[in-house]
Write a protein that binds this ligand. Structure first.
Ligand code: UGA
Length: 435
């Protein structure tokens, strides 16, 4: 099928490339000429395992352009995967989605289905459909709008798309549902056809449930530290109950990224806007905001102030497997350390270039974990990269001025740390070699 995709961020680009891999003719549109140039050369502008390879393999089915007219005019299906960033009040900014809708209305020359992949507040699909039909230049063609939320995670986006847990299709008529079934014909995964508003809600309710699960387990972890229980033993015991499950029960210093923080705030905003309250989600947001400061608070147990303190920061991305810094805990913790006069050294396998754009000076960017921890008074682990998990613990002892490691992501087994002299303070577990 002839498909156009608006926006080449995580959602748009991964969707476009995966659809091309199933034999569709896909044209990806972006306003950013630089990005389009990179993609035309067969490279991915984002770091996402497997994506560049798939782009190269299916280059004959993929076109990248800034020319939206060319892309939309004859497309049978147009996916919208542009960003819906958070506004000051917590609501979603829909200006990019409406901009694309306007372009579609002005250019489309055949019946087509516009598919909203971006995460949008409940009722947006209805509004987009009315908007397009109102602004439509060629009144002879019929344009339908369908909701098709994505459930991909950064770092596993290609796998999450090709082997999705489910494909949710929200439609008000039979025709767009049939078209989307055809688009996804070669995806051997459960497909669910629901009303558009339900599809929009499935997306928010799923993300916010996961955020709630993380905040819940983080609170249990905080309590474990107080009462002397071990969060890992606790979650292992909980997870065997199939109704709970083992996944998304990793305690840490809070969730980040471009989705959970934004989507929890958006649902909270939506509830308030409708004179309603969603107290569970409000609590999840509050817990997460506090959790981000957990390592800073722990640092104060070891040092009264941070002036001239050598602090090694390991990991700065919001999770491993991505160079994305959006809502990363590092962006809250590092400025606090700098403000209080600490000397900060950072190591991250892929995130430092992006961090440098925000903090070009003041921070020492290191090429190895060893370089970052040498002569450090304390080490803060913010992201659970494999390189950190596999790092030889004895090197902390050997290279740091004082081997105090505060682990915000529980990278090490307590039994292993016990074999060393490191003071190791993690989340929801007892401190090894306390001072
Ligand atoms: C999330 C969802 O997992 C996807 O299903 C969804 O499609 C996506 O948002 C989206 O809406 O686009 P993502 O933001 O890429 O995906 O990352 P996650 O793997 O969900 O992690 C989010 C944050 O939660 C990270 O900061 C991670 O460290 C944290 N987390 C995750 C925990 O603290 N504990 C856990 O057990 C799991």
């Amino acid at each position: 099928m002839k498909i156009a995709v608006a926006g080449t961020g995580y959602v748009g680009l991964v969707t476009g490339v995966c659809l091309a891999s199933k034999g569709h003719e896909v044209t990806c549109v972006d306003v950013d000429e630089n990005k389009v140039k990179i993609m035309k050369n067969g490279d991915s502008p984002i770091y996402e395992p497997g994506l560049s390879e798939l782009m190269k393999e299916h280059k004959n089915n993929l076109v990248f352009t800034t020319d939206y007219e060319e892309a939309y005019r004859e497309a049978e299906v147009i996916f919208i995967g542009v960003g819906t960033p958070e506004k000051q009040d917590g609501s979603a900014n829909l200006s990019y989605v409406f901009e694309v809708a306007k372009q579609i209305a002005q250019t489309v020359q055949r019946d087509c289905v516009v598919v909203i992949k971006s995460t949008v507040p409940i009722g947006t699909n209805d509004k987009i459909e009315s908007y397009i039909r109102d602004k439509q230049k060629n009144k002879d063609v019929c344009i339908y709008v369908a909701s098709n939320p994505e459930f991909l995670s950064q770092g596993t986006a290609v796998k999450d798309t090709l082997c999705a847990s489910r494909i949710v299709i929200g439609v008000e008529e039979v025709f767009p549902g049939e078209v989307l079934k055809k688009v996804y014909e070669k995806f051997d995964v459960p497909k669910l056809i629901v009303k558009r508003r339900s599809a929009e809600m499935i997306k928010y309710a799923s993300n916010d449930f996961l955020a709630l699960k993380i905040s819940y387990i983080n609170e249990i972890a905080n309590l474990c530290e107080i009462v002397g229980a071990n969060i890992e033993e606790v979650t292992e015991g909980m997870g065997y109950d199939a109704r709970i499950g083992h996944r998304f029960l990793n305690a840490g210093i809070g969730y980040g990224g471009s989705c959970f923080p934004k989507d929890t705030k958006a649902l909270n905003w939506l509830a308030n806007f409708n004179d309603n309250e969603i107290r569970t989600i409000r609590a999840a947001i509050e817990v997460n905001e506090n959790q981000k400061f957990k390592l800073i608070k722990k640092t104060k147990k070891y040092y009264d102030d941070f002036l001239f303190l050598n602090v090694a920061v390991l990991g700065c991305t919001f999770k491993p497997g991505t160079d994305d810094l959006r809502e990363a805990v590092s962006l809250v913790n590092v400025p606090l350390l700098l403000e209080d006069g600490a000397n900060v050294r950072i190591w991250d396998p892929v995130g430092m270039e992006n961090f440098k754009k925000k903090y070009p000076n003041k921070i020492q960017y290191c090429n190895s974990i060893e370089e970052a921890i040498t002569d450090a008074d304390i080490c803060l682990i913010l992201t659970e990269w494999e390189e950190i998990k596999n790092f030889d613990l004895r090197k902390y002892e050997k290279l740091m001025k004082k081997p105090i490691v505060l682990d915000g992501r529980n990278c090490y087994q307590l039994e292993e740390v016990k074999k060393t002299n490191i003071t190791y303070d993690s989340i929801g577990r007892y401190t090894v070699n306390p001072q």
